[in-house]
Design a binder for this molecule. Structure first.
Ligand code: GAL
Length: 742
């Protein structure tokens, strides 16, 4: 090697060492009492939750790009253990579950990530994100100082951290992850569980910190978060929040942008004026990290919805709607807010606010940095009256319940109550109507008891039998009625009375459908009582118990029961009643159609479907329907209008678009809840309408032609009226500035 080559080599080595050193020094995240510090710089960060399995990989880049354009710095997601480890030791990180691809997309677009590993996540997700099989590990008790639970939790957390590390995704390695979360809203549990709760949360903190990610950990809604873990706030407002130690920053992990929906409940809306007010108020008090939960809510595909009774739509009234389109005025008003806050960033992180009164209900929060920067937030807390205030010799008009932001302590660049964008106009436009030509296959009830491999005296708890492999469990028994029981000849009709712990039941007697009953989110149990036709001899009772998403929150929810709990009574017999509760029952997990995989293109061709017209419809209650359709032109998002249907599930080319149910909104709707003021925090709408009528069909699941749609319908809905629709959204700026964000 000549001297030239040697010096070149030395130069390369030197640069490598310097560069590595540069990385080590500069790629780190820490915190102080004011803010998170990234590469030594205090930052004010705006974050938005987008949960990767609630959209498709084909949508991710566009969603994250829109978030970036909306002024979002950080993408926040939970990690969903149940989908990643469907059975012990078998992992799935493919397709919608490709967490690495999701985080790399965040990185590609130049944003940061907050990885909320949980692994308990709540999130209106099936079983709170914990795999159902974990419930059956001997001696386990969830989310407490319990060896088997802690072992499993540590195993999964470690696996995720290792996966992120090996892809160099933590900021300490040059990646986008600046923050991670362990557990989720453990505060209320910890209080109630006493010593065991404290021991568990201390263990969780130590375990997480020991994984050495090089970025801080947070625990949301956990005032006892042990050092160095940061405790953070969740709620509609967080202005009363302070961290549990004076040296930790104020972080708001869930600023609720709207709310989730449950079948049979109203649709919720969070007015953007109030949301912006809440965020500005948090920042003016010294908060430096706000995450919108959700920024894009998306869809609970398949059986991923929790609850029970959470809808397939997880739209959440978020700034980006379920379909990936921008929702106005929420999106742009928040974008304007973020721009205003960003212009104050230097002053915000450099000083504590000086608070002065500008009137009985008015205040100024002033941040002045040593280098001369000044930013002010002028607030009017009066919920009904506007105010004219004087600040540094200038006059400012403040609408009721609003905050104005002055990045230079002079110009009022943004007010939380002054919305400059009109509400989006949403249209669901039918397409392709004629392409549906339906065929039907009746779910076979004829050989239920014979094909059953499980029998037991008495009634079994549903999850113990199904392990959640299906929503459905048949409970089958028979009862002998002697011909001497004279009711058979006339007089009154006997009835059947069935009690279920949740969530719903369909009752069949001698193959005839008698009726159904369903619980609700807050009242999971239900009871069926209806007339039945019995005959002399053996009568067959078949009860189809249905779950509608497993419980995702509540103390030791893993022990809560589902399925027919009893009693099961035949009443109105001449000899009184017959109690069938302790009979010998046979069980069949799932539907025959599920076992035959009718939903997949291959399975669907394995049975003879009947070309049914409305006129020749069979009277069977539980039906499979299938049809084919071609993909409509264009790139607008698509949905199925299921307004004519009852309840069930839909698959497109073998992929489930979720559970559907045309349950009509009742109860607390057409009203708002207030924050102790006169300003609505959240409003309930849609009384008398189905909670969810349109169901998102991701375009990436479609082929140009001959797409297979399969529907399983439980309540006699009419598939002939299903239509495919395009979602179109139009918005315009107020003051006649034309601006269509889509
Ligand atoms: C929070 C929880 C979230 C979600 C939210 C309601 O308390 O942390 O996971 O369930 O409530 O949407």
């Amino acid at each position: 090697m000549d001297t030239n080559s040697v010096s070149k080599l030395l130069l390369v080595l030197l640069l490598t060492v310097l560069f590595a050193g540069f990385e080590l020094i500069h790629c780190n995240v820490s915190y102080d009492r004011k803010a998170l510090l990234i590469n030594g710089q205090r930052r004010v960060l705006i974050s938005g939750s987008i949960h990767y399995p609630r959209s498709t990989p084909e949508m991710w880049e566009d969603l994250i790009q829109k978030a970036k354009h909306g002024g979002i710095d950080v993408i926040d997601t939970y990690v969903f253990w149940d989908v990643h480890e469907p059975s012990p030791g078998n992992y799935n990180f493919e397709g919608r579950y490709d967490l690495v691809r999701f985080i790399k997309t965040v990185q590609k677009l130049g944003l940061y990530a907050n990885l909320r590993i949980g692994p308990y996540v709540c999130a209106e997700w099936n079983f709170g994100g914990i795999p159902v099989w974990l419930k059956y590990v001997p001696g386990i008790s969830f989310r407490t100082d319990n060896g088997p639970f802690k072992d499993a939790m540590q195993g999964f957390t470690k696996k995720i951290v290792q996966m992120m590390k090996s892809e160099k995704l933590f900021q300490s390695q040059g990646g986008p992850i600046i923050l991670s979360q362990i557990e989720n809203e453990y505060g209320p549990e910890s209080g109630a569980l006493g010593g065991a709760g404290h021991a568990y949360i201390n263990w969780a903190a130590k375990m997480a910190v020991g994984l050495d990610t090089g970025v801080p950990w947070v625990m949301c809604k956990e005032t006892d978060a042990p050092d160095p873990v940061i405790n953070s706030c969740n709620g509609f407002y967080c202005d009363d929040f302070s961290p549990n130690k004076p040296y930790k920053p104020s972080i708001w992990t869930e600023s609720w942008s709207g709310w989730f929906t449950e079948f049979g409940g109203p649709v919720h809306q969070r007015p953007v004026e109030d949301l912006a007010f809440a965020v500005a108020r948090f920042i003016q008090k010294g908060g430096t990290f706000v995450n919108y939960y959700m920024y894009h809510g998306g869809t609970n595909f398949g059986r991923s919805a929790g609850g029970p009774f959470i809808t397939a739509s997880y739209d959440y009234d978020a700034p980006i709607d379920e379909y990936g389109l921008i929702r106005q005025p929420k999106y742009s008003h928040l974008k304007d807010l973020h721009e205003a806050i960003k212009r104050c960033e230097h002053a915000l992180v450099s000083s504590d606010p000086t608070i002065t009164s500008l009137g009985t209900f008015q205040q100024a929060h002033v941040f002045s940095s040593k280098t001369g920067g000044c930013a002010a937030f002028l607030a009017n807390y009066h919920a009904q009256s506007a105010a004219r205030v004087t600040f540094y010799n200038r006059k400012y008009d403040l609408p009721p319940w609003s905050i104005s932001i002055l990045p230079d302590c002079k110009a009022d660049v943004f007010n939380t109550a002054k919305v400059r964008v009109r509400t989006s106009k949403v249209q669901m436009i039918p397409v392709n109507l004629k392409l549906f030509s339906w065929e039907t296959y009746d779910e076979d009830l004829s050989s239920l008891a014979e094909s059953s491999r499980i029998t037991a005296p008495g009634l079994l708890e549903q999850l113990n039998v199904t392990r959640d492999s299906s929503d459905y469990l048949w409970y089958i028994t028979s009862v002998d009625i002697s011909s001497s029981e004279s009711f058979l000849g006339g007089g009154h009709q006997p009835s059947i009375n069935v009690q279920s712990a949740g969530h719903g039941i369909h009752v069949f007697v001698n193959g005839q459908y008698s009726g159904s009953a369903f619980g609700a989110k807050e009242q999971r149990s239900c009871k069926f009582n209806g007339p039945v036709s019995l005959h002399a001899g053996t009568n067959k009772i078949a009860l189809l118990s249905v779950t509608v998403g497993l419980q995702n929150v509540g103390r030791h929810y893993e022990t809560w029961k589902t399925g027919i709990s009893g009693p099961v009574l035949l009443q109105g017999l001449d000899h009184g009643q017959k109690d069938l509760t302790s009979n010998r029952w046979s069980y069949q997990v799932g539907l025959k159609g599920e076992a035959m995989n009718l939903v997949s293109p291959n399975g669907a061709s394995s049975v003879d479907w009947i070309q049914e017209s409305l006129a020749t419809q069979s009277r069977s209650q539980l039906k499979w329907h299938k049809a084919y359709f071609n993909t409509p032109e264009g790139n607008e998002p698509l949905a199925l209008d299921l307004g004519s249907m009852g309840k069930g599930q839909v698959w497109i080319n073998g992929q489930s678009i979720g559970r559907y149910w045309l349950a009509y909104a009742k109860g607390d709707c057409n009203s708002c809840s207030y924050s102790g003021t006169f300003r609505p925090v959240k409003c309930q709408l849609g009384c008398g309408q189905p909670t969810q009528r349109w169901y998102h069909v991701p375009r990436s699941w479609l082929k140009p032609t001959k797409n297979l749609i399969v529907v399983f319908e439980e309540l006699g809905g009419n598939p002939w009226k299903i239509s495919l629709v395009k979602r179109m959204v139009h918005t315009a700026r107020v003051h006649s500035e034309p601006d269509s964000e889509n």
